[in-house]
Design a protein. Structure first.
Length: 95
């Protein structure tokens, strides 16, 4: 069961990896319309029959997407890029 696997990951030594694959498996198995992504050859692919819900060209993005590095620098870099995408300048604070 995917939920149990995620729970075991988050309380065990595996949590250092971030439990990303366990989280994705749990999320996909609980979708009301069925899985949209499936694990395939060490990456992810669109589930059979789910291509119409994705934008054209999304298949190439899904299989190459990787999470940011799990480090303070990785999180800061991601946060900086995300803030810039929202129009927030470096060092600016918004509430």
């Amino acid at each position: 069961d995917e939920t149990v696997a995620l729970m075991r990951c988050t309380v065990g030594r595996s949590r250092a990896s971030g439990c990303g694959s366990e989280f994705l498996a749990m999320r996909e198995c609980n979708r009301a319309g069925g899985r949209q992504l499936v694990a395939e050859a060490g990456a992810y692919a669109m589930a059979p029959g789910k291509q119409p819900i994705f934008e054209h060209g999304a298949a190439a993005l899904i299989s190459t997407a990787a999470p940011p590095p799990r480090s303070l620098k990785g999180m800061v870099d991601f946060g900086t890029d995300y803030a810039q995408s929202l129009g927030i300048a470096s060092g600016e604070v918004r509430f």
